[in-house]
Structure formats: C-alpha cells, structure tokens
Design a protein around this ligand. Structure first.
Ligand code: NDP
Length: 285
C-alpha cells in the first residue's frame, strides 16, 4: 500500500480552511511570520511553498527577508517585535542560517507559544514529557500518516534511522508516547541492516539516497521515508530504495508525495492551533 501524503495533506488543509474561516469570523486571523536570511535557493523554494500553502487555507503570512551578511542583532530585533505582536500567532525562521548565526540561539529567541516549527529546546524537552506546545512538523506529519493507515503502534518495534533534533529525536519521542518500543539508529550504528530488519515501523531520516533497501526491511513493515535528495539528473528521491522496498513493505511513503506535503500541512495546523489558543486566552481574560 502506498501511503499518499499528498492526498492526506489535502484533506488536512481542507479541514484547516474551515477552522481558519471560523477564527477569522471571530476576529482572529491566523498569521504566520516567516524569516528568511540570505539567498539559499532551496530555502527560497521552501519559504515560497509555505507562503503559498498559508494562502491556500486563508492563513495570513508575513515574510521578513534579511541579507546573508546581516548582523544577528537585526534578526533578534525582528523576532522580539513579532513575539510582542498579538496579530502574529506563529514565527518560523527558515534554516539553515548563515555562519555568523547560532541557530539554537535564534530559535530560542522565539516565544514558546509562537514556535510553530516546534524546534525550541523547551518544546523538544516538553515533547519527551508529553506536554509540548507544538510537535515538530515532520514527525507530527508522520504520526498523522500512521494514524490514517491505522497502524497499531502499541507494542510495535519502531526503528528511526537518523537522530537530528528536528526529525529523528522528536520522532522517537512521539512514537514512544504512542506505545512503541523505539530504537534510534545513526551513522555510528553497527550493522544497520540488523537493526532496521527488526522494525514493524521504520522511519528513515538521513539524507542519503537509497540507504535502505528492500533487503533491510522486515516483510510486512510500514516504511516512512523522510529523506529528500536531489539526484544529479534532477530527480527527487528519498532515503529508501523504493523499487526494492515497496514489494517487501506492507505500506510505504513515496518521495515526493509522502512526508513532504504532511510537513507543510502540520505547520499550517500548528499555526491554526496557536491562533485558537490565543482566542481562548482572550475569552478567558
Ligand atoms: P541531519 O543531517 O540533521 O541528520 C541526519 C542523520 O542521519 C544523522 O543523525 C546521521 O547520524 C544519520 N546518518 C548519516 N549517515 C548515516 C548512515 N550511513 N547510516 C545511518 N545513519 C546515518 O538531517 P535531517 O534530520 O535534518 O534530515 C534528514 C533527511 O530528511 C534529509 O534528506 C532532509 O532533506 C529530509 N527532511 C525532510 C523533511 C520533509 O518534510 N520530508 C523535513 C526535514 C528533513 P549522526 O548523527 O551520527 O551524524
């Protein structure tokens, strides 16, 4: 079975459109601020896609662009102003940032209640405690895909390949919370194939085309391919060798059209949640 992230993301977006319309009618227009520093071509594309997706569901987006050589203080000042602006519900800083920036410091400048990417260290810490503000978008999108496919996670062996702060680690926290037995593999893992072959649910987030082949997958496993790799011939592929994996897996996400669209849908969902929380706190006061 192919897990169609594009179709699911479209359904999520349709639901969000209704929520946005309701909030707007109540006087709160969900708004996302996007900060882009420099002119990295991939980042430009990502920001363009996010802004277009916001527009599609009726979320207002405000883009703030800074030159690659700008001083970190300028970006901090912009974040401070956005934190204090009640008409802004979510703030996103597109990564990577130029070398003069400490990315952690920048992300931590964002108010926790507006950290719709879920990258703030406190958000990640809270995620492990099961009381997060926002789940990071890519792992949240994977959970939605698994739920849609009615994958039973309780007691399942889940293996995540990759231990980044934005994908691998939060993915592990969410799967653990859902009752799976979780293993995180990485570049220092001895005998990766032996580990991946144990997985009922295998999530691969590495950034190496074709790293996981069909021979490394347990027959009947659910395989989620987070990787996005551009090949020299221009094709976009994941980290899983789809041709050999698809016949072995019970369900698998394609690249493109799997996790990618869900990541953007979850960003929109987090922004709507932020706006809803603001409305609730207004009503309560
Ligand atoms: P990082 O580069 O931050 O992390 C990659 C991880 O893979 C590291 O933990 C690294 O291990 C591990 N790794 C590297 N080589 C191997 C190997 N040979 N065997 C096992 N593990 C290995 O990447 P991200 O987590 O940011 O992203 C991963 C991929 O997901 C990328 O292709 C990225 O483009 C994509 N992505 C897709 C998104 C989507 O929406 N679909 C969103 C975000 C990312 P170690 O820690 O030991 O170095």
């Amino acid at each position: 079975m192919i897990l169609d992230g594009k179709a699911l993301a479209a359904r999520v977006r349709a639901e969000l459109k209704t929520s946005v319309a309701r909030l707007t009618a109540q006087g709160v227009k969900p708004t996302l601020a996007v900060i882009l520093v420099g002119d990295d071509p991939a980042s430009q594309v990502y920001v363009r896609n996010k802004i277009a997706a916001c527009g599609d569901v009726g979320i207002e987006s405000r883009a703030f662009r800074f030159p690659a050589d700008c001083a970190p203080a300028e970006v901090f000042a912009a974040i401070d102003a956005l934190n204090a602006d009640p008409t802004v519900h979510g703030i996103l800083v597109q990564l990577p940032l130029p070398p003069q920036f400490d990315e952690t410091e920048v992300i931590e400048r964002i108010a926790l209640a507006k950290d719709v990417d879920g990258f703030h260290a406190e958000n990640l810490g809270r995620l492990w405690q099961g009381r997060h503000c926002f789940a990071p978008c890519t792992p949240a999108g994977v959970m939605r895909l698994l739920a849609e496919a009615t994958v039973d996670l309780v007691g399942a062996e889940a293996v995540i390949v990759g231990r980044s702060n934005i994908v691998g680690k939060p993915m592990a926290a969410l799967l653990l919370q859902a009752g799976a037995t979780v293993t995180i593999a990485h570049s220092r893992t001895r005998d990766l194939a032996a580990v991946t072959r144990r997985a009922d649910v295998l999530v691969v987030a590495v950034g190496r085309p074709g790293l996981v082949t069909g021979a490394m997958i347990k027959p009947g496993a659910v395989v989620i391919d987070v990787g996005i790799n551009r090949l020299d011939d221009g094709r976009l592929v994941g980290d899983v060798d789809f041709a050999s994996a698809e016949p072995v897996a019970k369900a698998i996400t394609p690249v493109p059209g799997g996790v990618g669209p869900m990541t953007i849908a979850m960003l929109l969902a987090n922004t709507v949640t932020a706006a809803e929380r603001q409305l609730q706190s207004q009503d309560a006061s």
